[in-house]
Design a protein around this ligand. Structure first.
Ligand SMILES: [Zn+2]
Length: 311
């Protein structure tokens, strides 16, 4: 009888978590993409109540002494789910929580890790200013788009900044962090696990999910060339497939961004206004990219604003 009661309450608890969590979602899945490298794949979707904001790829790398978390999701609740998945695999302390850039879907689970003794929050040097300029708006967006599942979410800022490059020692395992010139945003940071040659690109690489320009399209195209030369055996993009050799996905991204830049440069050359560009490109969002109907026009606008003044 006791065990039946226990079984009943466990089932009830699971149901309650599913209802309070983000819809009818499977448990928080984490894949070991390389030895000691664990990734949770976010949905290929925009923020919504039904996905609870679970839209970015996030995860962790386990060393012999401690663990580094790389991005924490859109909400405190996602951060807590990531921490629970981590604790199911290792007892080692979390020594670093690294944010690849300031976008809300990568940083707002940080609060779940504040209780880890000795943890440092790590980001590119320009990240705190960029996050603080957006944080209030981001929290309003979360409240509006995600609702209850975003409750308790707040910004937690980095305590360790990377100007150009840094090495983090996890015990027998080194992560090399690199801050890049303005590309996807003005504070992109990559994480390279030397042991497995896994490159966490943050949103410098989008797979299937249309790339979103929030920094510089020219800068991003330059950075893609440099990423392609790194000795990575695999890449973990900010959005999209998590088992990726990297090369083909980078080439597809380069193709998309170069296409946007090319369209906009030609229009500027003809003397077209931004309005004319958007009207001419209406309905031309490339079908091979998810969410292009939502973000393609925005990318054209961002590119126009940037390229209007180029020599
Ligand atoms: Zn982003």
């Amino acid at each position: 009888m006791l065990s039946r009661i226990a079984g009943f309450s466990a089932a009830w608890l699971l149901a309650a978590v599913a209802v309070q969590g983000w819809g009818a979602q499977a448990p928080f899945a984490v894949d070991e993409v390389a030895p000691g490298v664990f990734v949770h794949q976010g949905r290929i979707a925009d923020l919504a109540e039904e996905n609870g904001g679970d839209i970015a790829n996030i995860g962790f790398v386990v060393g012999e002494r401690c663990v580094a978390v790389i991005d924490t999701g859109s909400t405190r609740r996602i951060g807590e789910a990531l921490l629970a998945a981590l604790r199911a695999r290792t007892e080692l302390p979390v020594c670093y929580v690294i944010n690849t850039h300031m976008h809300l879907d990568h940083v707002f689970g940080n609060a779940a890790f504040e209780g880890e003794a000795g943890v440092a929050f790590v980001a590119a040097a320009r990240m705190p200013a960029s996050l603080s300029a957006r944080a209030e708006g981001y929290l309003r967006t979360l409240d509006h788009e995600v609702g209850e599942a975003a409750e308790g979410t707040r910004a937690v800022y980095p305590t360790m900044l990377v100007e150009a490059e840094a090495s983090l020692d996890l015990g027998g395992r080194t992560l090399t962090l690199r801050a890049w010139p303005t590309a996807h945003t003005d504070n992109d940071l990559t994480v390279f696990d030397e042991r497995t040659r896994t490159l966490w690109t943050g949103d410098l690489l989008f797979e299937r999910f249309v790339p979103i320009v929030d920094g510089s399209i020219r800068g991003w195209l330059d950075v893609i060339e440099r990423l392609a030369k790194l000795p990575a055996a695999r890449m973990v993009p900010g959005h999209g497939a998590i088992h990726l050799p990297g090369g083909a996905a980078l080439a597809a991204e380069r193709g998309y961004l170069a296409g946007v830049a090319n369209t906009v440069r030609k229009a500027i050359g003809r003397g077209d206004s931004l309005r004319q560009v958007l009207d001419a490109e209406e309905g031309s969002a490339p079908a091979e990219w998810a969410l292009a109907e939502r973000f393609h026009a925005r990318n054209l606008s961002a590119a126009y604003t940037e390229l209007e003044w180029e020599d």
